[in-house]
Ligand binder design. Sequence first.
Ligand code: FAD
Ligand code: SF4
Length: 508
Amino acid sequence: KSRLILVLGDQLSTDISSLRMADKERDVVIMAEVLAEATYVPHHPQKIALVLAAMRKFALSLREDGWTVAYSKLNDEANTGSIPGELVRHASEFGADEVIATIPGEWRLIAALNELPLVVRQLPDDRFVTSPKEFADWAEGRKELRMEWFYRQVRRKTGLLMEGDAPAGGKWNYDSQNRKPAPNDPRPPVSPEFQPDAIVAEVLELVEDHFVENFGELHPFVFATDRKQALVVLDHFISQALPRFGDYQDAMVSGEPWLWHAVISPYLNIGLLQPMEVCQRAEEAWRAGTAPLNAVEGFIRQIIGWREYVRGIYFLEGPEYTSRNALDHSRPLPAFFWGGETHMRCVREVVGQTRDHAYAHHIQRLMVTGNFALLAGLDPAAVHEWYLSVFVDAFEWVEAPNTIGMSQYADGGVVASKPYVSSGNYISKMSDYCTGCRYDVKAKTGAQACPFNLLYWHFIERNRDRFEHNPRMAVIYRNWDKRDEGQRKVVMEDAEDWLGRLDAGETV
Ligand code: FAD
Ligand code: SF4
């Protein structure tokens, strides 16, 4: 009897566990473009195009390699519109009663597979450097799950940037060298762009027909859609951008979305690149003397540290993680998150760039849109849905801990030891956004006051009970309390007034 081998849209790796377990002669690979996956949040059109184009190309390469692939296109008449539906349909078509899958990166799909009226084996997804079990063992009994400690363990395990038992260069972490604002005339390297081939062009038409109402521009679509192209992106990064990646990792510049970032998260997350190969390439560049240690360590930490860590958190914390709301925030997402008008130039730039490219780098996500959402008390579930929708690299296992945990503190401090909030000063230091903004970043009160300044103190004051005794925040309360009472009152009133105008739907 043949078995069905499920390969999902973010599982496009030839050595994935489901394919390793399969028998080319006997089994049928099932790949399905389904409406349920394309619509459970309003994904950015470029994200849908990337996944569908990469799926089609991957299916083709499997067939060339001798596999039997049953591929359902989105608009095939017989398509049932969901992964379980397609499995059941193909089971009767091929007389199969067993499904072999690699465990999905999302609780929702894991549950859906478990409910199928077929025998289903969900194998571990071992395309990661660590397993959920390893993470759970590490987390067991710890009071705080700090990424840095986990990262050191993974450095030892992989041997990356190790000299015997010691970290290369004598330090585990070189982040203090990685916080420079961009130079005045930044001139980052020009990223590779891929013109649509026949498969991509067909997918772009399909996306135009079905999803053009979703937030985000479809054109120009220049992402890599197969492993060969993804390797071109990686080569480019290692030789052109990595040397300055560390220095300018946190910098933000209007009109320069990519700067010295790798832009490989979409390819890592759908399986076209593997985390260890990417880190090994970076380490080789350091050993060859073409990239400095602060850049290479910072980059490797993002991948074997943060990326592995957030996956560990997602599987450790369980399916209800995405609905946590430790700070009881409930304000709806303002229209400017979907491209509506705002006078805040920083938010406008980051949302505009996201609309055009389905991409923003980490500090833009964390310290502009995320910071605003947290300061303004936006409903974390709505914020989570936004991040899951608008970024090309957004898959729940990685997006949710970053949004619910790191950015919104909605998990009550599992991921972040203190909330990532800042006044306008941080944005002004790290970007050119404040020049040309309607608001004045230096103004602390009054009509011109930067909203980040007003809302920052509003956040601090309204969360006094929770954070005043946090050792990492006590000094903030001391400084705030040193101001005279009248001044504090004006800040709070101006903040309330600003939030009132936001709630009334005025352009703010
Ligand atoms: P670079 O800056 O060049 O970093 C290299 C790689 O490190 C990335 O490709 C990524 O794989 C990894 N990495 C870096 N930071 C993180 C992190 N915090 N968590 C996991 N991996 C990381 N990343 C996603 O891949 N998908 C998401 O849906 C996602 N949502 C986010 C939501 C919020 C609110 C925040 C603050 C961050 C989010 N991130 C997410 C993390 C990070 O912003 C992106 O990984 C990064 O911007 C991708 O661009 P890049 O490839 O150019 O990264
Ligand atoms: Fe953003 Fe404030 Fe700067 Fe305007 S002044 S760009 S709102 S930080």
